[in-house]
Design a protein around this ligand. Structure first.
Ligand code: HEC
Ligand code: HEC
Ligand code: HEC
Ligand code: HEC
Length: 160
């Protein structure tokens, strides 16, 4: 064969060899070990055990929280917010506070936290309308809700 045909052919072969080598190095050994079916085999077998070992309990529930945070528990008890779980606003407790996961909990003071439930969506025939709603574009804009409202009692803050 002429040189000008052979040379690009070698380049092409080298390119394919490189891809095969990269595939060999990068694809984990336990990928696709259970046959040829794309539907049931297109995964890493070890991943099944990784998910099995993942702790499933993310939420502790309000009763656990008030064992230590009795002040907030009491505040919530007599308030319209009594039906809301602590972790709805503070995130999943997981191993809090025993381990560093998390050692302390998130405190979100943004308007977004409250607007999730209290933005008036204007759906009059929906049960969402039972929630006292405000217009976020008009109601004391540029100020955090918790500046005036206590998030636990849902009452006004004394100094607001
Ligand atoms: C075994 C006792 C214990 C339990 C149960 C517990 N906490 Fe805590 N919590 C602590 C300690 C200790 C801290 C860190 C010290 C601190 O900042 O007050 C903390 C910190 C916090 C903070 C941050 C307080 C701050 O001022 O920065 C929040 C919010 C919180 N916990 C919410 C919760 C919620 C919600 C639950 C239930 C899922 C919960 N805690 C369960 C003991 C506990
Ligand atoms: C409606 C959302 C919401 C719920 C429900 C809620 N929190 Fe909070 N929590 C907040 C916000 C917002 C703050 C910050 C308040 C501030 O800065 O004035 C806060 C503050 C705290 C703090 C810091 C100390 C304090 O009182 O400011 C702790 C501890 C805490 N919450 C625990 C709890 C526990 C325990 C529960 C359940 C019994 C709970 N929270 C339920 C929104 C909530
Ligand atoms: C998960 C939904 C949810 C979140 C988040 C939430 N609320 Fe509420 N809020 C409620 C419910 C439910 C009620 C009780 C409505 C009722 O009385 O039927 C309520 C009641 C209130 C009330 C009493 C209104 C009245 O007319 O008495 C105020 C004020 C209030 N929330 C402020 C806040 C503030 C401020 C935040 C943010 C820190 C917040 N809420 C976050 C669900 C929520
Ligand atoms: C500067 C103080 C201030 C701030 C900031 C503030 N509010 Fe209010 N809020 C009030 C006052 C005063 C009222 C009662 C009069 C009224 O309805 O405007 C009220 C009323 C409400 C009500 C009851 C409405 C009803 O129909 O019963 C809800 C719910 C409420 N606010 C939620 C929020 C939320 C959510 C935020 C943050 C996005 C927020 N507020 C920010 C002062 C404040």
């Amino acid at each position: 064969m002429k040189n000008h045909v052979l040379r690009p052919l070698w380049v092409a072969i080298a390119f394919v060899a490189l891809i095969l080598l990269a595939r060999y190095v990068m694809v984990p050994r336990d990928f696709g070990v259970q046959g040829d079916s794309f539907t049931f085999n297109f995964h890493r077998a070890g991943n099944v055990d990784e998910w099995k070992n993942m702790p499933a309990v993310a939420y502790l529930g309000g009763e656990t929280c008030v064992e230590c945070h009795d002040e907030q528990g009491a505040a919530l008890e007599d308030s319209p917010h009594v039906i809301i779980q602590c972790e709805n606003c503070h995130g999943p407790g997981r191993d809090h506070p025993e381990t560093e996961n998390p050692a302390t909990m998130t405190i979100d003071r943004s308007r977004g936290l409250c607007l999730r439930c209290h933005a008036d969506l204007g759906y009059e025939n929906s049960s969402r309308a039972d929630l006292p709603g405000i217009n976020p574009e008009e109601h004391n804009i540029d100020t955090q809700c918790v500046q005036c409202h206590n998030p636990h009692t849902a009452e006004f803050k004394e100094d607001a």
